[in-house]
Design a protein around this ligand. Structure first.
Ligand SMILES: C[S@@+](CC[C@H](N)C(=O)[O-])C[C@H]1O[C@@H](n2cnc3c(N)ncnc32)[C@H](O)[C@@H]1O
Length: 267
């Protein structure tokens, strides 16, 4: 039975995250580059590390390190997601409360999703992060980041979506609000709100102050950090012009109102 919940992480998983599809897309991109399966994975700025949990579930040989600076968030993932895994799956994940700007044991893939690197506002800090990521990759390794943009991405707006297909959570409205965008610093403030028809709601369940880096700036920084090649995978559209979750490699696109892409730095 579905019910109203004010658990912000559960609402976020239901509306923002799609870890099973993410694992499948990341795995396919790795195979397309290295012609073999990726096994080891580091999820940076991992939040509740739902993605890492799906990663280790996708193969008995897969391992994950999940790094987030916020203790409460890692604790939530440990209590609500990690505990649902088998003991063999649990043994293959290492959740870490700490700074993602660090060198760890080498992995095949480092994934930094939901634009988390945009929390790093200074060029020198993002470069430092990329250098640590480079050092933490196997020779056949890649760093994958997601990015969004488009002509509407620099103006205040609220994007809304009805989330009405969840087994356990009553239908609710998901809102992603861009409160402001400063074209001089390229800093934008965002808020995520969850609203039920009954009036119960969480305003600013999550807030982010993102620097809106361009693909070109990130490419240049990855190059400077030592990555040998940088590829861009662009999200395809359905017939109504909405992103359809399929990504293809490209070097030239028309700008649109809103677009999504992955940037992949290859060691
Ligand atoms: C935009 S959320 C993304 C969460 C998750 N990656 C996702 O896809 O939903 C950003 C996360 O980064 C964490 N964070 C911020 N600065 C960090 C840092 N320096 N190192 C590790 N985690 C950090 C925050 O605690 C937050 O959970």
């Amino acid at each position: 039975m579905s019910k109203v919940t004010l658990d912000k992480h559960a609402l976020y998983l239901a509306s923002v995250q799609d870890p099973i599809s993410d694992v499948s897309r990341v795995s396919k991109i790795y195979i397309s580059i290295f012609n073999k399966e990726a096994l080891s994975f580091r999820e940076d700025f991992s939040g509740t590390f739902a993605l890492s949990c799906c990663w280790v579930q996708s193969s008995s040989e897969r391992t994950a390190i999940s790094i987030d600076i916020d203790e409460e968030t890692i604790e939530y993932g440990t209590k609500n997601y990690l505990s649902n895994l088998s003991s063999s799956e649990q043994a293959r994940i290492l959740p870490v409360v700490g700074n993602a700007i660090t060198t760890t044991d080498s992995v095949d893939i480092i994934a930094t999703f939901n634009f988390s690197y945009c929390l790093l506002h200074e060029r020198k800090t993002l470069l430092k992060y990329f250098k640590h990521a480079y050092k933490s990759l196997n020779d056949d390794g890649m760093l994958i980041l997601d990015i969004f943009g488009g002509s509407d991405s620099e103006i205040p707006e609220v994007q809304e979506r009805d989330i009405d297909n969840h087994d356990h959570i009553a239908p609710f409205l998901f809102e992603f609000e861009r409160k402001d965008f400063n074209p001089i610093t390229r800093i934008a403030n965002y808020g995520i709100h969850f609203k039920y028809e009954s009036g119960e709601e969480i305003i600013d369940a999550f807030t982010y102050e993102f620097r809106m880096w361009s693909i070109t700036e990130i490419r240049d920084l990855l190059d400077e950090a030592g990555f040998s090649r940088v590829k861009v995978f662009w999200e395809d559209c359905d017939s109504e012009g909405f992103g359809n979750g399929e990504f293809y490699e490209t070097e030239s696109e028309e700008n649109s109102v809103n677009w999504n892409a992955y940037i992949v730095g290859i060691k």
